[in-house]
Ligand binder design. Structure first.
Ligand code: GTP
Length: 325
Protein backbone atom coordinates (compact mmCIF):
# COMPACT_ATOMS: atom_id res chain seq x y z
CA UNK A 1 0.00 0.00 0.00
CA UNK A 2 1.16 3.52 -0.81
CA UNK A 3 0.79 6.73 1.18
CA UNK A 4 1.47 10.26 0.02
CA UNK A 5 2.44 12.59 2.86
CA UNK A 6 2.12 16.34 2.29
CA UNK A 7 5.27 17.78 3.80
CA UNK A 8 6.01 20.91 1.79
CA UNK A 9 4.24 23.71 3.70
CA UNK A 10 6.08 26.73 5.13
CA UNK A 11 4.56 26.31 8.59
CA UNK A 12 4.18 30.08 8.99
CA UNK A 13 2.05 29.77 12.13
CA UNK A 14 4.91 28.00 13.88
CA UNK A 15 7.53 30.64 13.10
CA UNK A 16 10.22 31.12 14.27
CA UNK A 17 10.53 27.36 15.04
CA UNK A 18 9.84 26.59 11.37
CA UNK A 19 12.48 29.05 10.11
CA UNK A 20 15.29 26.60 10.82
CA UNK A 21 13.52 23.30 10.12
CA UNK A 22 10.40 22.17 8.28
CA UNK A 23 7.35 21.73 10.50
CA UNK A 24 7.40 17.94 10.17
CA UNK A 25 10.90 17.74 11.61
CA UNK A 26 9.86 19.57 14.77
CA UNK A 27 10.11 17.15 17.68
CA UNK A 28 7.12 15.98 19.69
CA UNK A 29 8.15 14.04 22.80
CA UNK A 30 11.70 14.16 21.35
CA UNK A 31 10.79 12.51 18.04
CA UNK A 32 10.11 14.47 14.84
CA UNK A 33 6.43 14.58 13.88
CA UNK A 34 7.18 12.67 10.68
CA UNK A 35 8.54 9.71 12.70
CA UNK A 36 5.27 9.32 14.62
CA UNK A 37 3.36 9.21 11.33
CA UNK A 38 5.76 6.92 9.48
CA UNK A 39 5.92 4.37 12.30
CA UNK A 40 2.13 4.19 12.37
CA UNK A 41 1.89 3.78 8.58
CA UNK A 42 4.46 1.00 8.69
CA UNK A 43 2.51 -0.96 11.33
CA UNK A 44 -0.60 -0.68 9.14
CA UNK A 45 1.05 -2.34 6.14
CA UNK A 46 2.17 0.67 4.08
CA UNK A 47 5.33 -0.23 2.15
CA UNK A 48 5.96 2.92 0.11
CA UNK A 49 5.72 6.53 1.26
CA UNK A 50 5.85 9.42 -1.17
CA UNK A 51 6.91 12.53 0.63
CA UNK A 52 5.72 15.64 -1.23
CA UNK A 53 8.36 18.21 -0.36
CA UNK A 54 9.09 21.82 -1.22
CA UNK A 55 10.23 24.10 1.65
CA UNK A 56 13.57 22.81 3.05
CA UNK A 57 13.29 19.61 1.00
CA UNK A 58 16.94 18.66 1.64
CA UNK A 59 16.36 18.51 5.39
CA UNK A 60 13.94 15.60 4.84
CA UNK A 61 16.28 13.74 2.52
CA UNK A 62 19.14 14.14 5.02
CA UNK A 63 17.03 13.01 7.96
CA UNK A 64 15.03 10.13 6.42
CA UNK A 65 17.11 8.89 3.49
CA UNK A 66 15.72 6.20 1.18
CA UNK A 67 14.11 3.90 3.81
CA UNK A 68 12.64 4.22 7.28
CA UNK A 69 10.70 1.74 9.46
CA UNK A 70 11.00 -0.87 6.68
CA UNK A 71 9.26 1.35 4.11
CA UNK A 72 10.70 2.84 0.94
CA UNK A 73 10.69 6.66 1.00
CA UNK A 74 10.35 8.44 -2.34
CA UNK A 75 10.61 12.21 -2.64
CA UNK A 76 8.41 14.23 -4.95
CA UNK A 77 9.95 17.69 -5.16
CA UNK A 78 8.13 20.84 -6.24
CA UNK A 79 9.78 23.78 -7.95
CA UNK A 80 7.15 26.01 -6.38
CA UNK A 81 4.45 25.31 -3.79
CA UNK A 82 1.60 23.26 -5.27
CA UNK A 83 -0.79 23.49 -2.29
CA UNK A 84 -2.57 20.44 -0.89
CA UNK A 85 -3.81 19.00 -4.22
CA UNK A 86 -1.07 19.83 -6.76
CA UNK A 87 1.45 17.49 -5.09
CA UNK A 88 -0.91 14.54 -5.68
CA UNK A 89 -1.08 15.36 -9.40
CA UNK A 90 2.68 15.80 -9.52
CA UNK A 91 3.22 12.33 -8.00
CA UNK A 92 0.78 10.78 -10.50
CA UNK A 93 3.52 8.53 -11.94
CA UNK A 94 3.82 6.76 -8.57
CA UNK A 95 0.09 6.60 -7.85
CA UNK A 96 -2.03 6.24 -10.97
CA UNK A 97 -1.74 2.49 -11.47
CA UNK A 98 -3.13 0.22 -8.85
CA UNK A 99 -5.09 0.35 -5.65
CA UNK A 100 -6.51 3.24 -3.67
CA UNK A 101 -3.81 5.11 -1.73
CA UNK A 102 -3.64 7.16 1.46
CA UNK A 103 -3.04 10.92 1.52
CA UNK A 104 -2.02 12.57 4.78
CA UNK A 105 -1.46 16.13 5.93
CA UNK A 106 1.93 15.62 7.48
CA UNK A 107 1.30 17.90 10.45
CA UNK A 108 -1.46 15.66 11.84
CA UNK A 109 -0.80 13.16 14.62
CA UNK A 110 -3.54 10.57 15.08
CA UNK A 111 -4.15 7.03 16.19
CA UNK A 112 -6.67 6.32 13.42
CA UNK A 113 -7.03 2.69 12.39
CA UNK A 114 -5.98 2.82 8.73
CA UNK A 115 -7.24 -0.75 8.17
CA UNK A 116 -10.77 0.24 9.16
CA UNK A 117 -10.57 3.42 7.07
CA UNK A 118 -9.57 1.41 3.98
CA UNK A 119 -12.21 -1.21 4.62
CA UNK A 120 -14.85 1.52 4.90
CA UNK A 121 -13.62 3.04 1.62
CA UNK A 122 -13.81 -0.29 -0.22
CA UNK A 123 -17.28 -1.12 1.12
CA UNK A 124 -18.77 2.21 0.05
CA UNK A 125 -17.26 2.22 -3.40
CA UNK A 126 -16.85 6.02 -3.69
CA UNK A 127 -13.84 7.65 -5.31
CA UNK A 128 -12.65 9.25 -2.08
CA UNK A 129 -13.07 8.95 1.69
CA UNK A 130 -12.20 11.67 4.22
CA UNK A 131 -11.48 10.79 7.83
CA UNK A 132 -13.64 13.00 10.06
CA UNK A 133 -13.18 14.10 13.65
CA UNK A 134 -15.64 15.94 15.85
CA UNK A 135 -14.48 19.32 17.22
CA UNK A 136 -16.26 22.00 19.29
CA UNK A 137 -15.40 24.81 16.81
CA UNK A 138 -15.25 23.80 13.12
CA UNK A 139 -14.52 27.36 11.84
CA UNK A 140 -10.85 26.77 11.05
CA UNK A 141 -11.44 23.40 9.36
CA UNK A 142 -13.53 21.94 6.53
CA UNK A 143 -16.88 20.75 7.89
CA UNK A 144 -19.22 18.24 6.26
CA UNK A 145 -22.86 17.27 6.07
CA UNK A 146 -23.33 13.51 5.79
CA UNK A 147 -26.36 11.58 4.56
CA UNK A 148 -27.62 8.44 6.28
CA UNK A 149 -25.14 6.32 4.26
CA UNK A 150 -22.12 8.43 5.30
CA UNK A 151 -21.95 10.07 1.91
CA UNK A 152 -20.78 13.71 2.04
CA UNK A 153 -23.65 15.93 0.88
CA UNK A 154 -21.75 19.19 1.38
CA UNK A 155 -18.16 20.08 2.13
CA UNK A 156 -17.68 23.62 3.47
CA UNK A 157 -14.13 24.87 3.99
CA UNK A 158 -13.70 27.16 7.04
CA UNK A 159 -17.42 27.77 7.65
CA UNK A 160 -18.47 31.05 9.29
CA UNK A 161 -19.83 30.59 12.84
CA UNK A 162 -23.46 29.51 12.57
CA UNK A 163 -23.05 28.28 8.98
CA UNK A 164 -21.26 25.01 9.73
CA UNK A 165 -23.10 21.94 8.39
CA UNK A 166 -21.93 19.92 11.45
CA UNK A 167 -19.08 19.67 13.93
CA UNK A 168 -17.47 16.85 11.95
CA UNK A 169 -14.32 18.16 10.29
CA UNK A 170 -11.75 17.06 7.76
CA UNK A 171 -8.97 15.37 9.75
CA UNK A 172 -6.41 15.68 6.93
CA UNK A 173 -6.37 11.92 6.27
CA UNK A 174 -7.86 10.56 3.02
CA UNK A 175 -8.18 7.49 0.83
CA UNK A 176 -8.21 8.27 -2.88
CA UNK A 177 -8.97 6.04 -5.83
CA UNK A 178 -6.37 6.77 -8.56
CA UNK A 179 -9.24 8.28 -10.64
CA UNK A 180 -9.30 11.27 -8.23
CA UNK A 181 -6.01 12.42 -9.78
CA UNK A 182 -8.01 13.45 -12.88
CA UNK A 183 -9.94 15.94 -10.73
CA UNK A 184 -6.73 17.84 -9.97
CA UNK A 185 -5.55 20.37 -12.60
CA UNK A 186 -1.91 19.98 -13.65
CA UNK A 187 1.00 22.37 -13.24
CA UNK A 188 -0.42 24.80 -10.68
CA UNK A 189 -1.18 25.11 -6.99
CA UNK A 190 -4.48 23.39 -6.17
CA UNK A 191 -6.42 23.27 -2.91
CA UNK A 192 -8.00 19.84 -2.45
CA UNK A 193 -10.36 21.38 0.10
CA UNK A 194 -11.62 24.17 -2.19
CA UNK A 195 -11.44 22.61 -5.63
CA UNK A 196 -11.64 18.83 -5.35
CA UNK A 197 -13.81 17.90 -2.35
CA UNK A 198 -16.80 20.14 -3.24
CA UNK A 199 -16.89 18.62 -6.76
CA UNK A 200 -16.59 15.04 -5.52
CA UNK A 201 -19.37 15.75 -2.97
CA UNK A 202 -21.63 17.16 -5.70
CA UNK A 203 -21.11 14.00 -7.76
CA UNK A 204 -21.88 11.76 -4.75
CA UNK A 205 -18.37 10.27 -4.84
CA UNK A 206 -17.12 11.46 -1.44
CA UNK A 207 -17.64 9.54 1.82
CA UNK A 208 -16.87 10.45 5.43
CA UNK A 209 -15.38 8.08 7.99
CA UNK A 210 -15.79 9.30 11.55
CA UNK A 211 -13.19 8.25 14.12
CA UNK A 212 -12.86 9.13 17.78
CA UNK A 213 -9.27 8.21 18.65
CA UNK A 214 -6.46 10.67 19.24
CA UNK A 215 -6.22 13.45 16.65
CA UNK A 216 -4.30 16.68 16.75
CA UNK A 217 -2.49 18.90 14.26
CA UNK A 218 0.56 20.83 15.35
CA UNK A 219 -0.21 23.88 13.20
CA UNK A 220 -0.07 26.43 16.03
CA UNK A 221 2.08 26.73 19.18
CA UNK A 222 -0.78 25.86 21.56
CA UNK A 223 -1.63 22.75 19.52
CA UNK A 224 2.03 21.78 19.47
CA UNK A 225 2.16 21.90 23.28
CA UNK A 226 -1.09 19.91 23.48
CA UNK A 227 0.25 17.26 21.07
CA UNK A 228 3.40 17.00 23.17
CA UNK A 229 1.39 16.39 26.36
CA UNK A 230 -0.91 13.88 24.64
CA UNK A 231 1.91 11.81 23.20
CA UNK A 232 3.92 11.89 26.42
CA UNK A 233 0.79 10.65 28.20
CA UNK A 234 0.38 7.83 25.71
CA UNK A 235 3.97 6.69 26.15
CA UNK A 236 3.47 6.58 29.93
CA UNK A 237 6.16 7.16 32.55
CA UNK A 238 9.43 9.02 32.13
CA UNK A 239 12.16 8.20 29.66
CA UNK A 240 15.80 9.15 30.05
CA UNK A 241 18.39 9.27 27.26
CA UNK A 242 22.05 8.37 27.60
CA UNK A 243 24.58 10.24 29.73
CA UNK A 244 21.98 12.10 31.78
CA UNK A 245 23.38 13.63 34.97
CA UNK A 246 20.64 14.20 37.51
CA UNK A 247 21.20 15.38 41.09
CA UNK A 248 19.57 13.00 43.59
CA UNK A 249 17.57 15.86 45.13
CA UNK A 250 15.89 16.62 41.80
CA UNK A 251 12.59 15.06 40.80
CA UNK A 252 11.19 14.36 37.32
CA UNK A 253 7.39 13.96 37.19
CA UNK A 254 5.80 11.67 34.58
CA UNK A 255 5.00 11.85 31.81
CA UNK A 256 8.20 13.47 30.60
CA UNK A 257 11.11 12.68 28.35
CA UNK A 258 14.73 13.71 28.91
CA UNK A 259 17.15 13.55 25.96
CA UNK A 260 20.81 12.52 25.77
CA UNK A 261 23.59 14.33 27.58
CA UNK A 262 21.26 16.43 29.75
CA UNK A 263 22.48 17.84 33.08
CA UNK A 264 20.07 18.87 35.83
CA UNK A 265 21.25 20.44 39.11
CA UNK A 266 19.86 19.96 42.63
CA UNK A 267 16.40 20.60 44.06
CA UNK A 268 14.81 21.14 40.67
CA UNK A 269 11.36 19.88 39.76
CA UNK A 270 10.77 18.88 36.12
CA UNK A 271 7.40 17.77 34.70
CA UNK A 272 4.77 16.73 34.18
CA UNK A 273 4.49 16.97 30.37
CA UNK A 274 8.07 18.09 29.71
CA UNK A 275 10.16 17.31 26.68
CA UNK A 276 13.80 18.16 27.31
CA UNK A 277 15.94 17.66 24.19
CA UNK A 278 19.60 16.63 23.93
CA UNK A 279 22.45 18.68 25.40
CA UNK A 280 20.28 20.83 27.68
CA UNK A 281 21.66 22.10 30.98
CA UNK A 282 19.31 22.98 33.80
CA UNK A 283 20.58 24.58 37.03
CA UNK A 284 19.63 24.23 40.70
CA UNK A 285 16.18 25.02 42.09
CA UNK A 286 14.50 25.22 38.68
CA UNK A 287 10.81 24.51 38.02
CA UNK A 288 9.84 23.36 34.54
CA UNK A 289 6.37 22.06 33.65
CA UNK A 290 4.23 21.51 30.52
CA UNK A 291 7.05 22.73 28.31
CA UNK A 292 9.27 21.82 25.39
CA UNK A 293 12.96 22.71 25.60
CA UNK A 294 14.93 22.40 22.32
CA UNK A 295 18.53 21.11 22.11
CA UNK A 296 21.49 22.97 23.51
CA UNK A 297 19.54 25.35 25.75
CA UNK A 298 20.97 26.45 29.09
CA UNK A 299 18.70 27.32 32.00
CA UNK A 300 20.18 29.13 35.02
CA UNK A 301 19.48 28.48 38.71
CA UNK A 302 16.02 29.19 40.18
CA UNK A 303 14.43 29.83 36.78
CA UNK A 304 10.89 28.67 36.13
CA UNK A 305 9.28 27.79 32.78
CA UNK A 306 5.58 26.90 32.51
CA UNK A 307 3.55 26.06 29.39
CA UNK A 308 6.23 27.38 27.02
CA UNK A 309 8.35 26.35 24.04
CA UNK A 310 12.01 27.35 24.35
CA UNK A 311 13.94 27.13 21.07
CA UNK A 312 17.43 25.73 20.56
CA UNK A 313 20.64 27.15 22.05
CA UNK A 314 18.74 29.64 24.19
CA UNK A 315 20.36 31.03 27.32
CA UNK A 316 17.94 31.71 30.18
CA UNK A 317 19.77 33.36 33.08
CA UNK A 318 19.10 32.92 36.84
CA UNK A 319 15.73 33.78 38.41
CA UNK A 320 13.94 34.10 35.07
CA UNK A 321 10.21 33.43 35.10
CA UNK A 322 8.48 32.33 31.88
CA UNK A 323 4.71 31.99 32.16
CA UNK A 324 2.05 30.15 30.11
CA UNK A 325 1.94 30.86 26.36
P1 GTP B 1 0.91 27.42 7.81
O1 GTP B 1 1.77 28.29 6.91
O2 GTP B 1 1.18 27.69 9.26
O3 GTP B 1 -0.54 27.47 7.46
O4 GTP B 1 1.38 25.89 7.63
P2 GTP B 1 1.52 25.01 6.28
O5 GTP B 1 2.32 25.74 5.27
O6 GTP B 1 2.07 23.68 6.70
O7 GTP B 1 0.04 24.87 5.74
P3 GTP B 1 -1.10 23.86 6.21
O8 GTP B 1 -1.02 23.68 7.70
O9 GTP B 1 -2.37 24.33 5.65
O10 GTP B 1 -0.67 22.53 5.44
C1 GTP B 1 -1.29 21.30 5.65
C2 GTP B 1 -0.34 20.22 5.17
O11 GTP B 1 -0.09 20.37 3.78
C3 GTP B 1 1.03 20.28 5.86
O12 GTP B 1 1.48 18.97 6.10
C4 GTP B 1 1.91 20.98 4.85
O13 GTP B 1 3.27 20.58 4.96
C5 GTP B 1 1.30 20.57 3.55
N1 GTP B 1 1.44 21.58 2.50
C6 GTP B 1 0.92 22.85 2.49
N2 GTP B 1 1.25 23.48 1.35
C7 GTP B 1 1.99 22.60 0.61
C8 GTP B 1 2.63 22.67 -0.67
O14 GTP B 1 2.59 23.68 -1.39
N3 GTP B 1 3.28 21.55 -1.09
C9 GTP B 1 3.36 20.42 -0.34
N4 GTP B 1 4.05 19.38 -0.83
N5 GTP B 1 2.79 20.32 0.87
C10 GTP B 1 2.09 21.40 1.34
Amino acid sequence: MKALVLAGGFGTRLRPLSCTRPKLLIPVANQPVIDWTLRDLSTHGVDTVILAVNYMAEAFVRYLGPTKFNMGILYSREERPLGTGGPIRRAEGFLKDGDPFLVLNGDVISSIDYHRLLEFHRENGGLATIALHEVPDPSRFGAVELDSRDRVRRFVEKPKPGEEPSNLVNAGIYVFDPKVIEYIPEGRSVSTELEVFPRLAEEGQLYGFEFRDLWIDIGMPEDYLKANALLLGRENGTKFGQDVVLDSSTEVLAPSVIGNNVKIGGKSLIGPNCTIADNVEIGNGCRIENSIIFPGTIIGDFTSVKGAIIGENVMLERWVKIEEE
